[in-house]
Design a protein around this ligand. Structure first.
Ligand code: AMP
Ligand code: TRP
Length: 343
C-alpha cells in the first residue's frame, strides 16, 4: 500500500546543541523541505527521561526551536512544534508499550550506555524511550526519518513495532475500512560525510551534549573566537593529510575533521582530500576555521536574536502544535477503533 511521503524528526532539548546535531540532523532537515511535507519536533518528553532542571528545560526547548528556525526551517510551509503539546505522542506510546516486547528493548544499546552501571536506578521512561520515539513517527504515519547514525537501532525498532501492530491487528484494520496495513515502515535517512561526528578531543567518541569537556564539541552558540580556538586545539596526528579516502583508515581524528569540512562545504571527503591531501594539518585547520565560522556564525547570531524574543518562539510552537494535533487526532481515533477501545 502506498503511503503519503512524509518526514518526521526530533531533537532533544537537553542543552549544548552542537555541530553533530547540526550536520547529522538539522542541516539535513533543511535540505528535505523541498521534497517532503515535514514535521520537526522538539522532543521534550524524551528529555525528561533523565533529570532536567525545569527552568533550564524551558530555555532549552526555545533554544532548539530557535536553532531549527535559524538553520532555515520554514515553520509556515512545514510543522515545527514541541512534543508535549500534542497528547497523542504519549497516548500512542502507551499502545506501543503493549505492542513492543521486553526482549526488543533489552537489546537497545543506547539504554545500556545511558543507564550505565546503575541500571536499577534508571527511570522507566529511559527504558521505554524507543517506544515513544516510534509513536512520534507513526502518529503522523511518517515514511522518512532523517537522523544521525546513533539512532539507527531505534528506527529499526520503530519498524518492528509498525510491522507487529499491522500483523496483530490486520483483521481489525480491514474491518474498520482502513486498508490492508495501517502504519508505514518508516525509513531512516542516515548518511553523508557527517552521519557520525566525533569528539574533537578523542576520535573514538562521538561528539556529545554531555561530554564534560567543552573543547570536545563546537556548540551552535559558539562565537567565531571559540570556534577558531576549538578547531586549532582539535586532536590530530603527526602525519600530513592523505590524498585518498583510503588513507584515512585508522586515523579517526583526521577522518573526522575531513568529514566535517566535507559536510559543511556540501562536498565529499574525496574532494576535500583532492584539495588538501599532502598538506599539513595547520593549513587545513586554518581553512576549516574559515569555513566553520562562515557557515555557523550566522546561525548562532540568528539563534541569539530569536531566543531574545520568547513570545515569538512560543507562538510558532503553538501554531505548529495546533496543526500537528489535527493530524494526530485522526490517527488516535483510528488507532482506538483498530485496537477496540470505545471512544
Ligand atoms: P539528540 O541531541 O540526541 O536529540 O540528537 C539529535 C539528532 O542529532 C539525532 O538525529 C542524532 O542522531 C543527531 N546527532 C547527535 N549527535 C551526533 C553526532 N555526534 N554526529 C551526528 N549526528 C548526531
Ligand atoms: N531519539 C532521538 C535522539 O536522541 C530524538 C527523537 C525522538 C527522534 N523522537 C524522534 C528522532 C523521532 C527522529 C524521530 O536523537
Amino acid at each position: 500500500m502506498a503511503f503519503q511521503q512524509r518526514v518526521f524528526s526530533g531533537v532533544q532539548p537537553t542543552g549544548n546543541l552542537h555541530l553533530g546535531n547540526y550536520l547529522g540532523a538539522i542541516k539535513r532537515f533543511v535540505e528535505l523541505q523541498d521534497s517532503y511535507d515535514c514535521l520537526y519536533c522538539v522532543v521534550d518528553l524524551h528529555a525528561i527521561t533523565v533529570w532536567q532542571d525545569p527552568v533550564e528545560l524551558k530555555r532549552s526547548i526555545r533554544e532548539v526551536t530557535a536553532a531549527y528556525l535559524a538553520a532555515g526551517i520554514d515553520p509556515k510551509r512545514h510543522i515545527v512544534f514541541n512534543q508535549s503539546q500534542v497528547s497523542g505522542h504519549a497516548e500512542l506510546a502507551w499502545v506501543f508499550n503493549c505492542v513492543a516486547r521486553l526482549g526488543w528493548l533489552n537489546r537497545m544499546t543506547q539504554f545500556k550506555e545511558k543507564a550505565g552501571k546503575d541500571r536499577e536506578n534508571a527511570s522507566v521512561g529511559l527504558y521505554a524511550y524507543p517506544n515513544l520515539m516510534a509513536a512520534d513517527i507513526l502518529l503522523y504515519r511518517a515514511t522518512h526519518v532523517p537522523v544521525g547514525e546513533d539512532q539507527k537501532q531505534h528506527l529499526e525498532l520503530a519498524r518492528d513495532i509498525a510491522q507487529k501492530f499491522n500483523n496483530d491487528f490486520g483483521t481489525s484494520i480491514a474491518a474498520n475500512g482502513l486498508g490492508e496495513t495501517y502504519f508505514p515502515l518508516p525509513e531512516p535517512l542516515i548518511g553523508g560525510p557527517a552521519a557520525r561526528v566525533m569528539s574533537l578531543r578523542d576520535g573514538s567518541k562521538k561528539m556529545s551534549k554531555s561530554d564534560p569537556s567543552d573543547l570536545s564539541r563546537i556548540n551552535l552558540s559558539d562565537d567565531a573566537d571559540a570556534i577558531a580556538s576549538k578547531v586549532r586545539k582539535a586532536k590530530t596526528d603527526p602525519e600530513p593529510l592523505p590524498g585518498e579516502v583510503e588513507g584515512l583508515k585508522g586515523r579517526p581524528e583526521a577522518e573526522n575533521l575531513v568529514g566535517i569540512y566535507a559536510a559543511l562545504s556540501g562536498t565529499g571527503k574525496e574532494e576535500v582530500l583532492a584539495s588538501f591531501g599532502g598538506g599539513q594539518f595547520s593549513t587545513f585547520k586554518g581553512a576549516l576555521v574559515e569555513l566553520a565560522v562562515d557557515k555557523l556564525g550566522p546561525i548562532g547570531a540568528e539563534m541569539k536574536r530569536l531566543v531574545a524574543d520568547p513570545g515569538h518562539i512560543d507562538a510558532v510552537l503553538r501554531d505548529g502544535a495546533d496543526r500537528a494535533r489535527a493530524m494526530a487526532d485522526v490517527t488516535m481515533r483510528e488507532v482506538k477503533d483498530i485496537v477496540g477501545l470505545v471512544r
